[in-house]
Structure formats: C-alpha cells, structure tokens
Design a protein around this ligand. Sequence first.
Ligand code: ADP
Length: 247
Amino acid sequence: MGEYALEAQGLTKTFGGFNAVTDVNLKVRRGSIHALIGPNGAGKTTCFNLLTKTLTPTSGKVFLDGRDITRLRSAQVARQGLVRSFQISATFPHLTCLENVRVALQSNHGTAYKFWRSLKAVSALNERAHELLGQVGLGHQAHTPATELSYGKKRALEIATTLALDPKVMLLDEPTAGMGHEDIEPITDLIRKVSDGRTILIVEHNLSVVSSLCERITVLQHGEVLCEGAYAEVSNDPEVITAYMGG
Ligand code: ADP
C-alpha cells in the first residue's frame, strides 16, 4: 500500500459558470489526521461532497488506497471505506445509543438471512456495538435514547456510528461546531483516540483543535489550495493570515 490513504488530483467543481472548487490536489497520509480549513465559502464542504461522491466532480480524480474511486457512487465509496460523519447529526433521535450503533453495524450485513439466523453472528454484533459505545465513552448510556444525550455526547455517538462502518478513512465535518468549551476538549480527545491506526480528514474552524490534532493542514481559499503544511508553517503564512483576516 502507498503512503497516502486518500488522494485528490485536480478536483474541480463548477456550478453553472461558478468555480466552487478549482484544481484541488490533496494527499492525506495513511494514519494521519489532516485538516481542511479556510474561510466561509472557501470550498471545504464542496470538497467533502466531491470526495464522497455526494457531488460528481466536473473534473479531477479521487483515489482511496491508490484505487481510483472517482466513478463510484456514494454508497459504493462508503463501502470501500471512505466514510463521512455529517455536520448535522445523522443519528436517529428516538433510537437508543445501542440501537443506533446496531443500525450502523447492520448496514454492513444487509438483510442476509443466514447472518440473522446465526446466534453467534448476532451475539458478536451486539458485543461489537457495546464495544464501540465503550470506546466513545457511552458505555453506561447504551439504553439512553439519542435525543436525551447532551450535544457533545451526540457527536460521540455519531463517531461511534461512523466507526461501526469500519472506515479506512473518516471524514469529520466540523466535529466541534456549536460546542461550548466544556465539550470541545472531550471530543478532541476522542478524535485523537479513535484516530489510532486510522486516517482522518477533518473540516474544522477551531484552530486550536486543528493545531492540537492535525499533522498536516490544507488551506483553501476561493476554491483553490492556498497552502499546505504543518500547523506552524501554515499559520505563519502571510497569505493565510490575510485570508483569515478577511482579506
Ligand atoms: P465552505 O464549506 O468552505 O464554506 P462551500 O463548499 O460550501 O464552502 O461553498 C464554496 C462556494 O461554492 C460558495 O461560494 C458557495 O456559495 C458555492 N456553492 C456551494 N454549493 C453550491 C451549489 N449547489 N450551487 C451553487 N453554488 C454553490
């Protein structure tokens, strides 16, 4: 396997005559946490949509583990191991935490008759669901409906449902958006913990979260890559400073 788990080459998206994303090249090193940052309207969400095939690129290619996935549909992309956690919580509010994780795990098995007839398989599935809840700190809230969780815990549950799909690469869309200070630290710690052995691409506005988590940062502006590097490099780049000051 190559050095990069996820790679975009010349990714471009045009809406009518407007270039939302232009010739974006991105290389996400295997096992790293990589951030995509930039001011509002820079093209971050469009990039995520292009990588997961929620949108079809006007041109350019996407590679997962060196394999060209540009022509796959979004469900196939997820099955190949590129899984996105949504900015707006994608969990089911009236299911318990355990049920939410089970639904995600079940989506890996579909409706295979043989699977659901097997006590061993179903026990293993339940065990895995409890294990995932434990990993994200929700072990003691397995039977709590998702809607009753605090905001921070809802994000943790969402991470558990993403992990249930056993992703090779996780895309996290603003995991700390709307969070108060008391929730930011636990979610940052959780992302660090679940990153063990995984590759994560994260869109994040909170730069202290970015600096504490991310090995590499790609900065977008007006749909183009402004610069890429370690936090110390990009945060000292005069163009980045201007972009963030609204220049
Ligand atoms: P970010 O996530 O960095 O805030 P977006 O990717 O949402 O940026 O948007 C990049 C640019 O593309 C913005 O100018 C936005 O208005 C435009 N854009 C996004 N989606 C569409 C769309 N479906 N149709 C037209 N323009 C769009």
